[in-house]
Design a protein around this ligand. Structure first.
Ligand SMILES: [Zn+2]
Length: 207
């Protein structure tokens, strides 16, 4: 799997970093508004982990929230207390919360990670692409660390699921399209959020 070599090799020649040069909407990027902090409106983490079922393949780890769709771990750059955060710190706290503290990635690790910048409505959402060796979806269901904050329960994640990457890549190579449903490692067809669809549109052509 090419992604395996890309994201597990430190000196890769394939740059997954800043995508803005290739983004048609780059000219319309917001110069700053009430939702943008430190150049982004939001940030998150897309986790890739070795498959348990298919040797040499990778799984993407996505979470379902109250919207009923699967997404990367992520959120807005300005928190509920009105505090601006750097993209790597936003992403670090979002993965901690949304994985129910079962996956922890420090801001320092994220700073050194590949990322793609997704531009939607002129705002940048930065998604760090991070390989993690040991991810347990069952730990998510056993975790007692449900983050429920008054008035913010709508963001609570309810499921954490593996999605085989090899199948996604080969389907993309045939169709050049990112579908709105993808297949989990247990064969379930799952609806994915528009945000992760956009991230996959940036990522899959590189794999
Ligand atoms: Zn803005």
């Amino acid at each position: 799997m090419l992604l395996f070599s890309i994201i597990f090799t430190s000196n890769t020649t394939i740059a997954l970093t800043n995508d803005l040069a290739n983004n048609k909407m780059a000219t319309a990027i917001c110069k700053g508004c009430k939702v943008c902090c430190n150049g982004v409106a939001g940030a998150g983490v897309l986790v890739a982990t070795p498959s348990k079922k298919i040797s040499g393949d990778m799984d993407l780890i996505l979470v379902m929230d109250q919207s009923g769709t699967y997404n990367d771990f992520g959120g807005t750059a300005r928190d509920r207390h009105g505090v601006d955060k750097e993209p790597h710190n936003v992403a670090s706290s979002e993965i901690n919360e949304e994985s129910r503290k079962t996956i922890q990635v420090s801001g320092a690790v994220l700073t050194a990670s590949h990322f793609v910048d997704l531009v939607g409505r002129g705002h940048i959402y930065r998604c760090f692409i991070v390989p993690i060796q040991n991810v347990s979806c069952s730990a998510f269901y056993h975790s007692k660390n449900h983050i429920v904050i008054k008035g913010h329960q709508f963001n609570e994640t309810t499921r954490m699921t593996r999605f085989p990457l090899g199948a996604l890549v080969s389907k993309f190579k045939k169709t050049n399209l990112v579908p709105d449903h993808i297949t989990s490692d247990s064969g379930e067809s799952c609806k994915i959020n528009g945000r992760i669809q956009g991230i996959l549109r940036l990522l899959l052509p590189r794999l």
